[in-house]
Design a protein around this ligand. Structure first.
Ligand code: AMP
Ligand code: MN
Ligand code: MN
Length: 331
């Protein structure tokens, strides 16, 4: 395990955090459980050390995560008076949201392999299962102990980013960190139920409409969520209502994709894959990013255009990858 005292990035982060009295914590647009949990978990730990924190998400808190205590502290606008800016779980500046993308970021803590190291201090650990896992490991070592509430928030981040500890990057280390959070007083079964299992009636209706158009060709499976689907289902969010988690459960496919139509003639594409494929490589070709098993991109165009272009690039990638595998086996 890294010894933060010997490692200058940890010494630098510790010094900056200790010196700040009004830190501003930010994360990415369309926030997921890890974005929110990282903000709340770190915010609570800093607050307990006497700091006055601002927590800001440009898209606010999705309704399904509003049960998390202290999430009500999160605002959508920045107030003046901060003396340190920390970006959490965010791979590039644009993902902070258009009004925040020019801010001078002091500390960037993240686990995306595609992170652009855009801050003065960058702690990017792609082998970590979640940004919340990085914080669970290092906040106490930086001098910010975790109590029951901050531990509970951080466990939610690990739980949601690993879809209940089932992604390929979950290691013994991840489970040990989760165990430590439980020892601190986090509530695993409650979080599991509320953050992963429970779905609103509107989400389930949205799944039904989208799954009705589910398609499969070779080892790819995909579907879309249209603006019309959202209206018909009564689903107000612009996220995927966790449908990507459902698609990732389909067996005998290499990659699942979701095309999520947005208001501004862009399509949010999500890729999910098993251990063999690295979908972050495909998403980067379209200006996006993510992790080897889960990646996304925002692409301009109509649903039909984007579907055609992305399915072509994805199936070419799968063919190349399989040909490479066959060559390596043949050697
Ligand atoms: P999603 O499909 O939105 O659930 O995202 C899957 C993973 O890819 C998450 O870790 C996201 O943070 C990341 N991701 C999604 N969209 C983008 C994007 N446009 N740019 C960079 N990373 C992204
Ligand atoms: Mn995230
Ligand atoms: Mn994450």
């Amino acid at each position: 395990m890294t010894n933060p005292k010997k490692n200058s990035i940890h010494a630098d982060i510790t010094a900056r955090l200790q010196a700040a009295s009004q830190p501003l914590l930010l994360s990415h647009i369309r926030p997921d459980g890890d974005a929110l949990a990282s903000l709340v978990g770190m915010g609570l730990a800093l607050q307990a050390a006497g700091k006055s924190c601002q927590l800001v998400l440009s898209d606010g808190v999705p309704s399904k995560f509003r049960f998390l205590s202290w999430s009500e502290q999160i605002r959508t606008q920045i107030q003046p008076g901060y003396d340190l800016i920390v970006a959490l779980d965010c791979s590039d500046r644009q993902r902070l949201g258009s009004s925040f993308s020019d801010l001078p970021i002091d500390i960037n803590i993240d686990h995306h392999i595609t992170n652009e190291h855009f801050a003065a201090l960058n702690l990017v650990l792609p082998q970590s299962a979640a940004t919340a896992a990085i914080l669970a490991q290092f906040l106490p070592l930086w001098g910010f102990p975790l109590d029951a509430q901050s531990s509970n928030a951080l466990l939610m981040g690990i739980l949601t980013d690993t879809i209940g500890f089932r992604t390929s990057n979950v290691s013994a280390h991840t489970l040990r960190q989760a165990a430590r959070l439980l020892e601190n007083g986090a509530h695993l079964s409650d979080l599991y139920e509320r953050a992963l299992v429970n779905q609103s009636f509107a989400s389930c209706r949205l799944w039904g409409l989208a799954l009705n158009r589910l398609q499969k060709k070779g080892c790819l499976a995909w579907t879309s969520i249209t603006l019309q689907d959202r209206k018909q289902a009564g689903y107000s969010g612009r996220d995927d209502a966790d449908l990507t988690n459902v698609l990732s459960a389909i067996e005998n496919i290499d990659i699942s994709l979701l095309f999520n139509e947005q208001k501004d003639r862009t399509i949010k594409v999500s890729w999910r894959s098993g251990a063999e494929m690295d979908v972050s490589k495909i998403s980067q070709r379209f200006g996006g990013g993510g992790h080897p098993p889960a990646a996304g991109a925002e692409i301009s165009g109509s649903l039909e255009e984007v579907e055609e272009m992305v399915l072509k690039a994805t199936s070419e990638y799968v063919q190349e990858k399989k040909a490479q595998g066959e060559n390596e086996h043949g050697k």
